[in-house]
Design a protein around this ligand. Structure first.
Ligand SMILES: Nc1ncnc2c1ncn2[C@@H]1O[C@H](COP(=O)(O)OP(=O)(O)OP(=O)(O)O)[C@@H](O)[C@H]1O
Length: 330
């Protein structure tokens, strides 16, 4: 399959007063060209760290290992200058908090003009025209006027559209989005997700979106990677994962999601994820898993290929299925 990004055995560690601790513990993923991969998991599972690792945006003192191959280029081997040139150009990133992405002291349009001029050899007048065109594309009404306002003069939804316009300014091939709709109300969230799909269809870009919200995944994902305690535990097509989850953690997440018209009590996953400074041996989910056996806390589960659209890492999955190495799991 034509893939734009391939991550293998990514480990992201932080320096703490208890030594180096890993927030991402051997993640392998691939992102097909023009498709959306959603990374799903509870808070603290390492989703943001994994996403930031791609552009080497983890804090000073953190350590990254493994490989991150973007269009045949190894990102972990690039110099800071080379990564800087890729950032915002071939790979753009959008965060949850649109206010912090924009400078409160500058007009929104001017900030996007600067981004355009930093990456393209164009005059300011041309950059201004591009901003208006981008605003139109992301559905900002009266684009000429809106370009002149300050961030706080826009609603949350409009600001997130402006941030998306900024990310699109250099027509990136890969868009990384970290909970981009979490701060928005449900109607605006749905509009923004729709916008992501529209721009993907137009630009043909690949998207990795991180979220804890299964509703978001259902709306936008082609593929889903479920992350728990710094590892991917299940991966596959969105339809397959949401209709027939195999890993007990994925099953728990889905059971804990309210559906429209749901009346009964929601089942929540009991307990909390383990601390990254104190990871248990074996399967990190074993302590909370309703299906756990004694062997679960002894061995790290390998991926089981369940069908062409789904893999999961759980030792309880049928022995008859072929076990495959993590390296080739994706
Ligand atoms: N700079 C840091 N130093 C030490 N630990 C960190 C640092 N940044 C993140 N972590 C830890 O790494 C783990 C993964 O965090 P991460 O933000 O990636 O989780 P997440 O799945 O994105 O959750 P959330 O949605 O809450 O951000 C957490 O335990 C977090 O405390």
């Amino acid at each position: 399959m034509d893939e734009v990004l391939k991550i293998e055995n990514l480990v992201a560690e932080f320096s703490t007063n208890r030594g180096m601790v890993a927030a991402v513990r051997g993640v392998s993923l691939r992102v097909p060209k023009g498709k959306t991969l959603v990374v799903l998991g509870e808070s603290g599972s390492g989703k943001s760290v994994m996403l930031r690792s791609i552009l080497r945006m983890t804090p000073i003192g953190s350590r990254l290992s493994g490989t991150i191959c973007f269009q045949d280029e190894e990102l972990l081997e690039k110099s800071d200058k080379e990564i800087q040139a890729i950032r915002g150009n071939k790979i753009a990133m959008i965060f949850q908090d649109s206010l912090s992405a924009l400078d409160p002291l500058y007009r929104v349009g001017a900030q996007i003009e600067e981004t355009i001029m930093a990456h393209q050899k164009v005059r300011r007048s041309q950059a201004k025209e591009q901003v208006v065109e981008l605003f139109r594309k992301v559905g900002i009404p009266s684009p000429q006027e809106r370009a002149k306002v300050y961030p706080h003069q826009m609603s949350g939804g409009m600001r997130q559209r402006a941030v998306i316009a900024m990310a699109l300014a250099c027509t990136p091939e890969l868009l990384l989005a970290d909970e981009p709709t979490t701060a928005l109300d449900v109607t605006i969230q749905s509009q923004i997700l729709h916008l992501f799909k529209e721009i993907q269809a137009e630009y043909g870009m690949s998207i990795i979106m991180v979220t804890h919200d299964i509703g978001v995944a259902a709306e936008i994902a082609d593929e889903i990677a479920v992350m728990y305690a710094g590892r991917i535990v299940e991966f596959g097509s969105m339809k397959q994962i949401l209709s027939s989850p195999a890993h007990p953690y994925t099953k728990g997440l889905i059971a804990a999601t309210p559906r429209q018209g749901h009346k009964g009590r929601l089942v929540t996953i009991p307990g909390l994820p383990p601390s990254i400074a104190n990871m248990p041996t074996g399967c990190a989910f074993a302590e909370r898993c309703p299906e756990a056996q004694p062997a679960c806390s002894k061995q790290t589960p390998a991926f089981v290929l369940l069908n062409p659209w789904q893999r999961a890492a759980c030792i309880r999955l049928p022995e008859t299925q072929s076990k495959i190495d993590l390296e080739i799991a994706y």
